[in-house]
Design a protein around this ligand. Structure first.
Ligand SMILES: Nc1ncnc2c1ncn2[C@@H]1O[C@H](COP(=O)(O)OP(=O)(O)O)[C@@H](O)[C@H]1O
Ligand SMILES: [Mg+2]
Length: 381
């Protein structure tokens, strides 16, 4: 009844690229589940493309013309997530001055994307299970049952099975969601995708910014395959865009890749990762976060340094492209950053590292969520 799309058509339609067998298989699953109303659970490390796949499933579904509402369960404070999702009645809690519709009602006849579902509080999980089973829910403080027709797509970067074992995630909800599970492998497990992704990211970037770029040396691409990419495709994309700017549109050689990814022969990327001997996954993860943060900080310093040099040398050809970074870089050069600015940057970087997830950000920075909220306000983040 419908025209079958080729793998290429699907990729162009949903902007998820890569030509490894793993991506092929993943896209086949996507094209099979997209036309149905089944709920889907997407699993993968941060930066692997979970959101791209969720949006893609919606776009390839009969609901494509209806809204898709994206909710990051980890970024909304626990106390208000339930009323955000299901709405509330007037006076149901302090501050509920009016009746309010929730995201489920807003997404009616469309799709809801519940990102970081592993962060959802247990009592909200009960309500979610009810919607999944019977399409029914009640607003917070309400007594009337409402019906909705919403397709649910959920994503998580944590091992939900483990969360179930730790009593942090409801077993019944997990079994309900995992019926259709899409696992997106980490980029380091499908390095064959790197050349195509590099080409796409470079092309998009130069077209969007209207700049000329001579390309990557073949050895540079080979080296990129050796790196571990802890930030996955998101990190690769940032790397490509930065490489184009810092090399001023000239050919990007392997020497640049080697030094900016710290790929020195004696210190291959695998050795940079924590070796999780006798470590709990949490300890290993925390260590990885610290290392990543430190590397990120060093990278930024290095980029600033290069930008400053570039500014001095530049005869203005990259002027418009770099104007924003320029002021930041030069002001960084004139006076050292204040402690406040460093704190603000650290919080900002960590927030973006965790896709705005405040709970994880607070944990990684070893401050309380309350303090984090205060800082976010104070720094206007
Ligand atoms: N296969 C892919 N093809 C093209 N772009 C991708 C792919 N996977 C991820 N991206 C890009 O990488 C970034 C992170 O993707 P996102 O879906 O937000 O990851 P996640 O939700 O898993 O953290 C986005 O800029 C996205 O467009
Ligand atoms: Mg995401």
């Amino acid at each position: 009844m419908s025209i079958t799309l080729s793998q290429k058509d699907i990729q162009n339609k949903i902007n998820f690229y890569g030509d490894s067998a793993k991506v092929d298989e993943l896209l086949q699953t996507v094209s099979m589940v997209a036309p149905t109303d089944l709920s889907v659970l997407i699993n993968g490390e941060s930066g692997t493309g979970k959101e791209v796949i969720a949006m893609g499933i919606h776009q390839l579904s009969p609901r494509a013309k209806k809204p898709i509402i994206s909710v990051n369960c980890g970024a909304i404070p626990e106390g208000i997530l339930e009323s955000e999702l299901f709405g509330h009645e007037k006076g149901s809690f302090t501050g509920a001055i009016d009746q309010k519709k929730g995201y489920f009602e807003a997404a009616n006849s469309g799709t809801i994307f519940l990102d970081e579902i592993g962060e959802m509080p247990l009592n909200t999980q009960v309500k979610l299970l009810r919607v999944l089973e019977s399409s029914e829910f009640m607003r917070v403080g309400g007594t009337v049952t409402h019906k909705v027709d919403v397709r649910v797509i959920a994503a998580s970067n944590k091992n939900l099975e483990q969360a179930v074992a730790n009593n942090e995630f409801r077993r019944d909800l997990y079994y309900r969601l995992k019926a259709i599970q899409i696992k997106i492998p980490a980029l380091r497990e499908r390095e064959e995708d790197i050349p195509q992704l590099v080409e796409i990211f470079a092309r998009n970037y130069i077209e969007k910014n209207n700049i000329r770029f001579k390309g990557f040396a073949p050895e540079a691409i080979i080296l990129m395959k050796e790196y571990n990419w802890p930030g996955n495709v998101r990190e690769l994309r940032n790397f490509i865009e930065t490489a184009i700017i810092l090399n001023r549109g000239e050919i990007v050689h392997s020497a640049y890749v080697r030094s900016s990814l710290n790929l020195y022969p004696a210190q291959r990327s695998s050795e940079l990762l924590p070796i999780p001997l006798n470590k709990t996954p949490e300890q290993a993860e925390r260590e990885l976060i610290y290392r990543t943060l430190i590397t990120l900080k060093l990278d930024i310093d290095e980029i600033k340094e290069s930008l400053i040099q570039l500014m001095h040398r530049s005869n203005g050809e990259f002027g418009s492209l770099l104007s924003e970074s320029q002021s930041a870089a030069t002001s960084g050069e004139v006076k050292p950053q204040s402690l406040n600015a460093m704190e603000r940057n650290m919080i900002k970087e960590t927030l973006s590292r965790f896709d705005g997830n405040r709970r994880k950000t607070a944990r990684a920075l070893q401050i309380s969520e309350r303090t984090l909220y205060r800082k976010i306000k104070e720094f206007g983040l």
